[in-house]
Design a protein around this ligand. Structure first.
Ligand code: FES
Ligand SMILES: [Fe+2]
Length: 369
C-alpha cells in the first residue's frame, strides 16, 4: 500500500476555478483542473514531453493543454501531441473526489474508506467555517499540537484552559488499534461578557473536549461544550472542530479545518448565520496562533527522544505509533525499543492500555520520561 492510497484533502473547492491549480502532496506536484463535462481531474504537474508545469496551462474541453507546445491531457492522463498526432503519451493521474467543500485525492484503484466520519450531520452539527493553513512543520509535530491541550492557556487567546488552574484539568487517552480517543475537562478561560451571556455561562465555566484521532488519512475531530461551574448546566451551543493534516513534504503540512456548531434547540438555527462571521474570525485566529508556535519551533525533528514530556504528552507517542503503522504502513519496530524506554513515548509496554490521568497536584511535576 502506498501513502497516496489514503484520501488526502489537497485544496479547497473554492480555490479551483476555470484555470488549473497546482498543489503539493507528499513532495509530489499535482495539477488539478475541472474538465468542461464535469468533475475534477488531477494529473502529475509535469508534462511528459519537456517537463513544463501542466498547472500553468489551460483547460480546453475535457483536457488540460500544456502551455509549452500545446500537448493535451485527459483526466485519465492520456495525452497527445498536436504536432505529431500519432505520438501518444500518458501523465500520471489520480482519483479525485469533491466533497464537503474540499478536493480529495488518492491513487486510482486504492481500496481505502472515504474519511467522512467527522461531519456529524445526524448529531445536528452544521458546517460554519472551512479553512486551510500551511505550516512549516512535519505532520507529527502538527498533530501533537492539536491533540494536547496543555498549550491552550498560553498559545491561544480565547479557547482553552486557565494557566493558573491547568493542574486541575483531567486528561484521558483511550487508544485502540487504529484510533485514539482524547478527553479533557477543566476550568475554562474567562470569556468576554457578551460571549458569556450568549452562551449562558458563568465567569469560570468548565470546558469539555471529547475527540478522536484517526490515521487514514491523519485527522482529528472533537466536540467542545461548556458547563456552568456551579449548576453543571450545559451550554446551549456545541462546537465540533475537525482538522485534517496533509503533508506537503517532509517539513510542511497543510491543515484543513472544518468547524461545526449545533444548538440544543434547532429552532434557533437561523442565529448560526448571524454568528458565522464571528466564528470564522475566531477559528482563523486560533489556528493562526497554532501556526505561530509550529512555525517557530526550534527543532522540527519528529522524534520524542530527549524530550521532558508531561502527562498531557502521552498522546504524542500513541499517535506516532499509529502514524507509522496505519498511515505510513511501516513496521513499528523502529519506534519500540522493548527495553522499557520506548521512543514512541510510552512506558514499559503500555501501548494499548487505557490511560486515565488524574489531575496533578499543583506542587508536583508531572514527569513520565
Ligand atoms: S512541455 Fe508540454 S507540450 Fe511540450
Ligand atoms: Fe492549539
Amino acid at each position: 500500500m502506498s501513502i497516496l492510497d489514503h484520501w488526502h484533502p489537497v485544496a479547497l473547492s473554492r480555490d479551483l476555478g476555470k484555470t488549473p491549480l497546482g498543489v503539493r502532496l507528499h513532495g509530489r506536484e499535482l495539477a488539478l483542473f475541472r474538465p468542461k463535462s464535469g468533475g475534477v481531474a488531477a494529473l502529475t504537474d509535469v508534462c511528459p514531453h519537456r517537463r513544463m508545469r501542466l498547472s500553468v496551462g489551460k483547460v480546453v474541453g475535457d483536457c488540460l493543454e500544456c502551455c509549452y507546445h500545446g500537448w493535451t491531457f485527459a483526466a485519465d492522463g492520456s495525452g497527445e501531441s498536436p504536432g505529431t498526432p500519432k505520438l501518444r503519451t500518458r501523465a500520471a493521474a489520480y482519483e479525485v473526489r469533491e466533497a464537503h467543500g474540499v478536493l480529495w485525492v488518492r491513487n486510482f484503484g486504492a481500496n481505502t474508506r472515504f474519511p467522512d466520519d467527522f461531519v456529524g450531520q445526524e448529531q445536528g452539527y452544521r458546517l460554519m467555517v472551512l479553512l486551510a493553513h500551511d505550516v512549516s512543520s512535519p505532520l507529527e509535530l502538527v498533530l501533537d499540537n492539536f491533540n494536547e491541550l496543555e498549550h491552550t492557556p498560553t498559545t491561544h487567546g480565547m479557547f482553552g484552559y486557565r494557566l493558573d488552574r491547568m493542574h486541575e484539568v483531567q486528561a484521558e487517552f483511550s487508544p485502540s488499534d487504529d484510533e485514539v480517543w482524547i478527553e479533557y475537562h477543566g476550568p475554562s478561560k474567562a470569556y468576554p461578557w457578551l460571549f458569556r451571556t450568549y452562551m449562558g455561562l458563568d465567569r469560570a465555566p468548565i470546558f469539555h473536549v471529547r475527540g478522536v484521532t484517526r490515521y487514514s488519512p491523519v485527522h482529528t475531530f472533537g466536540d467542545y461544550h461548556w458547563t456552568h461551574s456551579r449548576t453543571g448546566k450545559r451550554s446551549w451551543i456545541g462546537v465540533r472542530n475537525a482538522h485534517f493534516f496533509t503533508p506537503l513534504d517532509d517539513g510542511n503540512t497543510r491543515i484543513f479545518t472544518f468547524s461545526f456548531m449545533k444548538l440544543s434547540n434547532p429552532c434557533f438555527n437561523p442565529i448560526l448565520n448571524v454568528v458565522r462571521p464571528f466564528m470564522r474570525h475566531s477559528i482563523n485566529k486560533e489556528v493562526m496562533e497554532d501556526k505561530r508556535v509550529l512555525d517557530g519551533l526550534a527543532d522540527k525533528t519528529p522524534t520524542l527522544d530527549g524530550l521532558k514530556l508531561s502527562r498531557f504528552d502521552r498522546v504524542l507517542g500513541l499517535n506516532r505509533e499509529r502514524i507509522e503503522r496505519v498511515y505510513r504502513r511501516e513496521k513499528p519496530s523502529t519506534l519500540h525499543s522493548g527495553n522499557g524506554s520506548c521512543r514512541c513515548g510510552e512506558l514499559n509496554g503500555a501501548h494499548e492500555k487505557r490511560f486515565t490521568m488524574a489531575p496533578a497536584k499543583p506542587d508536583r511535576t508531572a514527569d513520565i520520561t
